[in-house]
Design a protein around this ligand. Sequence first.
Ligand SMILES: [Zn+2]
Length: 316
Amino acid sequence: MWFSQEVRSELARLPAPRECCRRAELAAFLRGGGRLELSARAASLEVEVQDPAVARRLLGLLKETFPVSAEVLVRRNNRLRKNNAYLVRVPPSADVQGILLALEATDEAFIPSAGVPPFVWRRSCCRRAFLRASFLIHGSLTDPEKGYHLEWAVADYSLAQGVQRLLASFRVKSGLSQRKRGFVVYVKEAEDISTVLRLLGADSAVLRFENARVLREVRNQVNRQVNCETANVDKAVTAALRQIEEIKWFDDHLGLEHLPRRLREVARARLAHPEASLAELGQFLRPRLGKSAVNHRMRRLLALVRAHQDRVREGR
Ligand SMILES: [Zn+2]
């Protein structure tokens, strides 16, 4: 899924000038991959992400928004994981509780809150920021040449519902389904996917998506046309084979010389050019005939042959 990766790296590099939005993004990171460790001394905070650019963004947001020291640790891949994981960590300190409260991630007793924090709802910029950060952790997008599908795969229902409501607040239609592990919020309409990418701030991805969409639609249109033409050709070939069968039957039983001249000419032309369309057949006749005239004669010819076939059968 190259497109997913492109969107992620574009989003991870966006500037985050507003403090309210930085907090909204951080809240999404905590809800998505945050792990709180409490000890007798103090609380520490860890967020695990899979992408180094996303880890750098998270670290930057933290340091710009809160006066804390934070670090990124790399967890090397072992046999169980395919990729490295990146831990953004705030070491044990009294500051951790302040961060959690400011982000409405837990209450004073460190009980985690569910869904999208209330402060995120207040501004549309923050709703977009929350969607952006949660897409960075949970999101993926099918390559637009292959189909239209954008999704958030999240662990718990309250977050899935929250994402769906945030999307609805921007009039984006989404579906919610349950998977083996967790829940998926998905967007299927090309128009809506475009809107989501724009909301997230992935402007160059929007352009690429729209280009791919146009190409795909043109290609589908061409395929439909080709299928339609192929079907017509098949039909014409089948019809021609049937005509040849009938004409040969007549020739065997009565002889083509017993046909009226105009019909005989059409019959001979058909036997000589089995693959020709009716319009092409008309070009082999003298004088030349148009498609509808050939069609007319062919029908009379076949009706005549069938009348003879009936007579032969009755005579038996
Ligand atoms: Zn904001």
